[in-house]
Design a protein around this ligand. Structure first.
Ligand code: ATP
Ligand code: MG
Length: 138
C-alpha cells in the first residue's frame, strides 16, 4: 500500500550545501516527492512541531537549531514510506548510523543530524498538516 511520510532536510545540511545530494538519495531509493518547499521557521514554530519532545533536556537546543536557517520540509510517497525513510536516514546519532545512510554521510552530531523523518502514521499525519495545506498535496 502506498504510504506518505514527512521529512525535513535540516538547517545543517542546507547550510553545508548537501540538500541536493540528500534529495538525490531519496529519489534513488524510490520515493516520489509529493510536495517540497524551502522556508525558515521561527523558534515558536519549531517548538510546535517538536512539542512531543518538550520535556526532553535537549528541547531548547533542538528548537534553536531548527529555527537557525532555511530548511526543506517535504512530503514523500512510496510503499512502506515511513519505515523505509527511517532506514535510509540511519540512527539519530551519526556515530551509530549504518554505513551509507544519510546521517552517516551528512550529519555532524546527534543534534545536528541532517534530516528528520516521521516515526509513525499518526505523527506523519500531524507533521504533514503542520507544514502543508491540502492544495499543496494533490
Ligand atoms: P527526528 O525526529 O528528527 O527524525 P529521531 O526520530 O531519530 O529524529 P528523536 O528522538 O525523535 O530522534 O529526536 C528528535 C531530534 O532531537 C533528533 O533528530 C535530534 O536532532 C535531536 N536530539 C535527539 N537526541 C538528542 C540529544 N541527546 N542531544 C541533542 N539533540 C538531540
Ligand atoms: Mg523523531
Amino acid at each position: 500500500m502506498l504510504q506518505r511520510t514527512f521529512s525535513i532536510i535540516k538547517p545543517d545540511a542546507v547550510k553545508n550545501g548537501d540538500a541536493g545530494a540528500i534529495l538525490a538519495e531519496i529519489v534513488k531509493a524510490g520515493f516520489k516527492i509529493v510536495s517540497i518547499k524551502r522556508i525558515s521557521i521561527s523558534r515558536p514554530q519549531a517548538e510546535g512541531f517538536y512539542h512531543v519532545h518538550a520535556a526532553r533536556p535537549f528541547f531548547g537546543e533542538l528548537c534553536e537549531f531548527m529555527s537557525s536557517g532555511p530548511i526543506f520540509p517535504m512530503v514523500l510517497e512510496k510503499e512502506n514510506a515511513i519505515a523505509d525513510l527511517r532506514k535510509l536516514m540511519g540512527a539519530t546519532d551519526p556515530a551509530a548510523a549504518e554505513k551509507g545512510t544519510i546521517r552517516q554521510r551528512f550529519a555532524t552530531s546527534i543534534g545536528e543530524n541532517a534530516i528528520h523523518g516521521s516515526d509513525g502514521e499518526e505523527t506523519a499525519a500531524f507533521e504533514i498538516g503542520y507544514f502543508f495545506a491540502g492544495v499543496e498535496l494533490m
